[in-house]
Design a protein around this ligand. Structure first.
Ligand SMILES: *Cc1c(COP(=O)(O)O)cnc(C)c1O
Length: 360
């Protein structure tokens, strides 16, 4: 068996110990005589798996007791709609801070339910930096302020949590969830599709402050009504059982790795290894303002885009797949999620050096 260093943006690399444990438990989970895939979600075995996953996530993030943790479906894209359906609470609109493609999508979907005000976006129209907080135009009457802590496509990340006064702060954490320590109490709601950094596709984690529940628009589908989902412990309908189980194994792995402080420190080192190399030469270029560079998704271009196809072909042959940038921006993108080992980043930098030497 040869495992590759998979740089895909999502679905993405998972920790090897998690996959090995899932393999060992595939046919017979803990003497139950069946796979987790075959269990009833009402069975006590699965209920214990689900409860352990929530307990471990609460421990890793020190989630305060007045927050609900929900395991939903439909990805972050469903949350683009579920957030306004649940959180407008009689208000006419919400503020969106747009720093990349996912923020654009979130605000467009929101506009079907109310007024989506763009409170800030880069003046030059290029998603290569985060507008400074002082320039944001926030409405104190807004139902909430939404932002995207890490823009997966452009590789732009907030290294800070914005202060927005008394208005609930809502964040699409999909591609940077559990990548470093986080103070959950600063947020009204956090959501993340699992398939970037927390597990397989098919499950979406929502962490929401209790006082925001119970005022969904009347037409909200029950499965997207946070109150109903919370009251039914995320089992209003059949949940994504196997994905929930794998997320639970990932949470245990994070604990075993030393928690988010250790994970965050490693992620910082991984990102610096590649950014330091990019900044040391002129063949590769990263367009993002230095303080706003993502630790999770490192985008870069080659001096001549006619070399892109050869770069990707050679990388795949060297066991480094998944480096093609998003079709909307081109170039390259190396996703360095938690499960990407430092050796993988070192192998990528070695490959980049050799390619620049022989082809640059
Ligand atoms: C991938 C991604 C999404 C879309 O997630 P789906 O699960 O496909 O709906 C939304 N926001 C961000 C920041 C992402 O990285």
């Amino acid at each position: 068996m040869t495992r590759k260093f998979n740089f895909s943006a999502g679905p993405a690399i998972l920790p090897l110990p998690v996959l090995q444990q899932a393999q060992a438990e595939l046919l017979d989970w803990h003497g139950s005589g069946m796979s987790v895939m075959e269990m009833s979600h009402r069975d006590k075995d699965f209920m214990s798996i689900a409860a352990a996953a929530e307990r471990d996530l609460r421990e890793i993030l020190s989630i305060p007791a007045n927050y609900k943790v929900l395991f939903m479906q439909g990805g972050a894209t469903a949350q683009f709609a579920a957030v306004p359906m649940n959180l407008l609470r009689g208000k006419s609109g919400a503020d969106y801070v747009v720093t990349g493609s996912w923020g654009v999508k979130a605000s467009k979907e929101m506009a079907r339910y109310g007024k989506a005000s763009v409170a800030a976006k880069p003046a030059d129209g290029k998603f290569t930096h985060i507008p400074e907080r002082a320039a944001w135009k926030l409405d104190p009457q807004a139902a909430y302020v939404h932002y995207t802590p890490n823009e997966t496509i452009e590789g732009v990340e907030f290294g800070w949590v914005p202060e927005v006064g008394g208005v609930p702060l809502v964040a699409d954490f999909s591609s940077t969830f559990l990548s470093r320590p986080l103070d959950v109490s600063r947020f009204g709601l956090i959501y993340a599709g699992a398939q970037k950094n927390a597990g397989p596709a098919g499950i979406t984690i929502v962490i929401v402050r209790e006082d925001l529940l119970g005022q969904a628009l009347p037409a909200t589908p029950s499965i997207f009504d946070y109150k109903q989902v919370a009251d039914n412990e995320s089992m209003l309908n059949t949940p994504s059982c196997y994905a929930w189980y794998i997320c639970g194994l990932v949470f245990q792995w994070i604990k075993a790795e030393g928690g988010l402080a250790a994970i965050g420190e490693r992620n910082r080192r991984k990102a610096m290894l590649i950014y330091d190399y990019i900044d040391s030469q002129s063949f590769y270029r990263n367009p993002v303002a230095k303080p706003d560079r993502s630790w999770m998704n490192v985008v870069f271009t080659l001096a001549d885009d006619k070399l892109d196809a050869d770069f990707l072909k050679g990388a795949a042959a060297a066991g480094l797949p998944g480096l093609k940038g998003h079709r909307s921006v081109g170039g390259m993108r190396a996703s360095l999620y938690n499960a990407m080992p430092e050796a993988g980043v070192a192998a990528l930098v070695d490959y980049m050096k050799e390619f620049a030497r022989s082809r640059g």
